[in-house]
Design a protein around this ligand. Structure first.
Ligand SMILES: Nc1ncnc2c1ncn2[C@@H]1O[C@H](COP(=O)(O)OP(=O)(O)OP(=O)(O)O)[C@@H](O)[C@H]1O
Ligand SMILES: O=P(O)(O)OC[C@H]1O[C@H](OP(=O)(O)OP(=O)(O)O)[C@H](O)[C@@H]1O
Length: 232
C-alpha cells in the first residue's frame, strides 16, 4: 500500500496546535531520529509519513501534490496557489491560527472608509501626487484579486514588503497596506484603520488535502479526515 504523507508545521505559531490535533485524533506523531529531524511517523500507522515543513512550504507542496495532506493557514493556500480550489480541498477548519487579511489605510484618511472611497483616491492619485497609489504587502495575489477582481480598482502599485509591513506608510514606502491582523494592536500602534469592506479573507489553520486521483476510493484518506473532524 502506498504511503500517505502529511505535512505539519516544523516551527512557528501553528506547530504545537497542529501536532496536538493529530494526537487527539488518535494519530500521535513521533519524530524519526532526533528532535530536530524533519521527518516523523504516526504511532501504529506504518503507512503514514510526516513531513515537517514551514507553513508556506506546506501550501506549495500541497499545490504540487508532493504531499497528501497538510496543516497550514488558508491565507497561505490562497496566496501561494493559483486556482487553489482546483488543486486542493479544505478538509477541515481547525479553530486556531486565526488571522484576517485586511486592507488598512492611515487613520487620518478621514473620508476613506470603504473600498469605493479608496477607488476614488486611487483614481485621483496620479494627478494629485504624480504617481500611483502604493500598497505594501506580501499578499500579491490576494491584493490583486480584491482590488482588480472584486472592486475594479486598477490604478495602484504593489510594493513588496516581507516584514514590518504596518510601518511602510509612516516610513514613506507605501500609502496603504494589505496584511494579516489578529488582535489589531499592530495596526493601532501604526495608526492604521481597516476599511469597512476591507477584510479580504478570514483565515485560520486548516487540514488541507491535495486533490489526487489516487485518493479516490482510498478509505485511509476518509479515515484521516474523519478522525480529525471528530475532535474539533
Ligand atoms: N498574528 C499573526 N501574525 C502572523 N501570522 C498569523 C497570526 N495569527 C495567525 N497567523 C497565521 O499563521 C500562519 C503563518 O505562521 P508562521 O508565521 O508561524 O509561519 P512561518 O513558520 O513563519 O512560515 P514561513 O516561514 O513559511 O512564512 C499564517 O497562516 C497566518 O495567517
Ligand atoms: O493584529 P496583531 O495581533 O497585532 O498581529 C498582527 C501582526 O502579527 C504578525 O507579525 P509577528 O510580529 O507575529 O511577526 P511575523 O509576521 O514575522 O510572524 C503579523 O505580520 C502582523 O504584523
Amino acid at each position: 500500500m502506498s504511503t500517505i504523507t502529511i505535512a505539519l508545521p516544523s516551527k512557528g505559531r501553528m506547530k504545537d496546535d497542529a501536532s496536538a490535533i493529530f494526537e487527539r485524533a488518535g494519530l500521535p506523531i513521533v519524530a524519526v531520529g532526533n528532535e530536530r529531524s524533519y521527518r516523523g511517523r504516526v504511532e501504529g500507522h506504518g503507512d503514514i509519513e510526516i513531513a515537517f515543513l514551514s507553513a508556506s512550504e506546506i501550501a506549495r507542496e500541497l499545490g504540487a501534490g508532493t504531499v497528501d495532506f497538510g496543516v497550514t493557514g488558508e491565507d497561505l493556500i490562497r496566496e501561494g496557489l493559483a486556482d487553489a480550489d482546483r488543486k486542493v480541498e479544505i478538509a477541515a477548519r481547525l479553530g486556531f491560527g486565526h488571522a484576517d487579511v485586511v486592507v488598512a489605510v492611515p487613520e487620518i484618511w478621514l473620508d476613506v472608509d470603504t473600498m469605493a472611497d479608496l477607488g476614488d483616491v486611487a483614481a485621483d492619485f496620479r494627478s494629485r501626487h504624480g504617481r500611483r497609489l502604493q500598497i505594501a504587502t506580501k499578499y500579491w495575489r490576494l491584493t490583486q484579486q480584491h482590488f482588480s477582481g472584486s472592486h475594479g480598482i486598477q490604478l495602484y502599485r504593489i510594493v513588496e514588503s516581507l516584514g514590518a509591513t504596518e510601518g511602510a506608510p509612516a516610513a514613506g514606502q507605501a500609502d496603504i497596506i494589505v496584511d494579516i491582523t489578529s488582535t489589531g494592536s499592530t495596526l493601532k500602534a501604526n495608526h492604521l484603520k481597516i476599511l469597512s469592506d476591507g477584510v479580504i479573507l478570514k483565515s485560520e489553520a486548516c487540514l488541507v488535502r491535495a486533490r489526487k486521483a489516487e485518493h479516490d476510493g482510498d478509505v485511509r484518506i476518509t479515515e484521516i479526515v474523519e478522525a480529525v473532524r471528530k475532535v474539533l
